[in-house]
Write a protein that binds this ligand. Structure first.
Ligand code: ATP
Length: 280
């Protein structure tokens, strides 16, 4: 990536001088990014009145380029650089573009304009991560770990710890039952536990901390802190302002797809809470 170009030059000072402190390296660079969804078969946005509806039908019959396609401009001109060792919170009211931006950083969504550069492999650790409903929790742990690149020996060693961390066996032997028998909270906890079992260069977490009971939330926060200490960068999307404060040292506030504020957690959260009236 371009990050290497931005890395500070090695110190050339004479012998005996203390080495110049190295600035943390950028891990994610988001440069003037726009993201647009296209919803096919949805019809034009304002086809409410009889005349507009008729016009919409004519356009669809003519098969115009955009007939039956609605666009949603979810992220608009967002630019920022995240550094190694940072935990960055993403806040904003519903539909402000947080999850969309996270998916683009993970490489799961194309950008309409602009660029996303990442140093290392980003992993999205969200409640949407795909696990197989018909397989047991144990089998899903195995598959998830294989997908993340762990060796069978590593899985053998770490698998039981992942199940323990998730707490799904606290109320019975659920890890040997198919995932379709899990509550949504249990499934989300297992997904988090699988993803958090590896050290990630760039870890993207979508609302994971909102799932689970208090004990699980505390365990996951401690795990995120540990992941952070091992030099990666963590992004956390959450409506839980306390989680953001406890976990992040920097916050990006998105509103209507635009970056409204980017700064230290305390400063941004103060403004954000003023905007939302204390609610998220
Ligand atoms: N698959 C999709 N197709 C079309 N539009 C979408 C899709 N996913 C999200 N959107 C739209 O993009 C915009 C941003 O959505 P996004 O989910 O990124 O917001 P968010 O800030 O994560 O919201 P929330 O806090 O409610 O989870 C919204 O207007 C939403 O309706």
């Amino acid at each position: 990536m371009d990050a290497a170009e931005a890395a500070p030059e090695a110190s050339t000072s004479g012998t005996g001088a203390a080495p110049a402190p190295t600035a943390p390296a950028p891990t994610v660079v988001v440069d003037a990014v726009d993201i647009v969804y296209r919803v096919h078969g949805a019809g034009p946005a304002l086809a409410r009145g009889a005349a507009t509806a008729a016009l919409g039908r004519i356009l669809r019959r003519r098969g115009g380029a955009d007939a039956g396609v609605r666009t949603v401009h979810a992220v608009r001109g967002v630019t920022f650089t995240a550094l190694r060792g940072e935990a960055v919170g993403l806040v904003g009211t519903n539909g402000s573009g947080k999850s969309t931006l996270l998916k683009a950083i993970a490489g799961l969504l194309p950008v309409e304009r602009g660029h996303v550069y990442t140093d290392g492999r980003p992993s999205l650790l969200g409640v949407d991560a795909a696990l197989m409903n018909d397989l047991t929790g144990e089998r899903n742990v195995r598959l998830g770990c294989l997908a993340m690149g762990m060796s069978p020996e590593q899985i053998q060693k770490r698998g039981p710890g992942i199940v323990d961390f998730s707490g799904i066996d606290d109320k019975g032997d659920f890890s040997t039952l198919p995932m379709r028998t899990y509550s949504s909270g249990m499934a989300a906890r297992l997904r988090f536990s699988i993803g958090a079992a590896m050290d990630h260069d760039v870890l993207l977490i979508d609302e994971a901390l909102a799932t689970g009971d208090r004990a699980f939330q505390q365990r996951s926060q401690a795990r995120i802190r540990a992941l952070r200490e091992r030099a990666g960068t963590v992004f956390l999307v959450s409506h839980n302002n306390k989680s953001i404060r406890d976990t992040c040292d920097r916050v990006l506030w998105l509103e209507h797809g635009k970056l409204r504020l980017d700064g230290p957690t305390a400063e941004v959260m103060k403004e954000y809470e003023r905007f939302t009236g204390g609610k998220s």
